[in-house]
Design a protein around this ligand. Structure first.
Ligand code: HEM
Length: 248
């Protein structure tokens, strides 16, 4: 390669680098760099809290060894389904999410629906196991919020397919509507599962084991649920605003 070719690419690189530096500088000045760092830090915090909650719950579930009693199967399956897999399914689409932000949109979507289907199966199985084990159903706040989570998870699963095939279903259901309703049902399902878990941590069988730490676990659950739901809530409002503008 002639020396001038090297020189010109070197010049281009230098030019690109200085452009990137200028862009970075502009971002810092405009504050968007700081916001991006803050959002990445929140994402990291959410992952740490998910790890703590899922880890502690699995420890409680498996502490008396195998085979697991129905209550233990219930705790393990519900927390793995909702607080691990479904949480990661929602986070996979977040632009600041550590493990998925390098994935192409198509692969992010694949990761989302695979995690969502697996999480829903585990969560639904864990809920049904305990409901069948109970003599009376849906008479506690824990059970009632779990029922809301169960119903919205099931609707969101079916509705998610409509979102995935939005183009094919466009004559029956306009693409925007299937996406907006999917986000809304998903937020309700995940939010209700968080409230259910908090009531679960408040149960005597859990408090006997965790004593005052149960309150810390409740606080951790509320914090990571809030962080996880910020991004879908923003997407929901932006998409709704666009649809309302289209019809007005
Ligand atoms: C996201 C997590 C959880 C979900 C979705 C969930 C869901 C459910 C469901 C569907 C039932 C049956 C309700 C009924 O038949 O009325 C139930 C019952 C029960 N769960 Fe959970 N659960 C979760 C976490 C926990 C945790 C962490 C504990 C900890 C001890 C727990 C303890 C119980 C107990 C003792 C019952 C029987 C009493 C009752 O129905 O309130 N659950 N749960």
């Amino acid at each position: 390669m002639p020396p001038n070719a090297i020189d010109s690419s070197f010049d281009m690189d230098t030019e690109n680098n200085s452009k990137t530096n200028n862009q970075g500088l502009q971002e810092i000045v405009s504050g968007s760099y700081l916001i991006a760092i803050f959002q990445s830090a929140l994402n990291l915090l959410a992952h740490i809290l998910i790890g703590v909650i899922v880890g502690i719950t699995l420890h409680v579930g498996f502490q008396s060894g195998l085979p697991l009693e129905p209550i233990q199967q219930h705790i393990v399956l519900c927390v793995l389904g909702y607080q691990l897999l479904m949480a990661e399914a929602i986070l996979s689409l977040c632009p600041h999410n550590g493990w998925s932000n390098r994935l192409q949109l198509e692969d992010k979507r694949k990761a989302h629906w695979i995690l969502q289907i697996l999480g829903s199966i585990l969560a639904i199985a864990g809920s049904i196991i305990k409901a069948l084990d109970n003599d009376v159903n849906w008479n506690t706040y824990h059970g009632q919020f779990a029922l809301v989570a169960l119903v919205f998870t099931t609707i969101s699963l079916v509705n998610g397919l409509a979102s995935l095939y939005a183009y094919e279903f466009r004559k029956v259901l306009p693409g925007n509507w299937s996406k907006i309703t999917h986000i809304c049902f998903g937020i309700v399902a995940f939010g209700a599962s968080c409230i259910t878990l908090c009531y679960g941590f408040d149960k005597l069988i859990f408090r006997n084991w965790a004593s005052e730490s149960a309150d810390t676990l409740i606080a951790f659950t509320v914090i990571f649920t809030f962080i996880i739901l910020i991004n879908p809530a923003i997407t929901f409002f932006n998409k709704s605003k666009r649809v309302i503008k289209m019809y007005s």
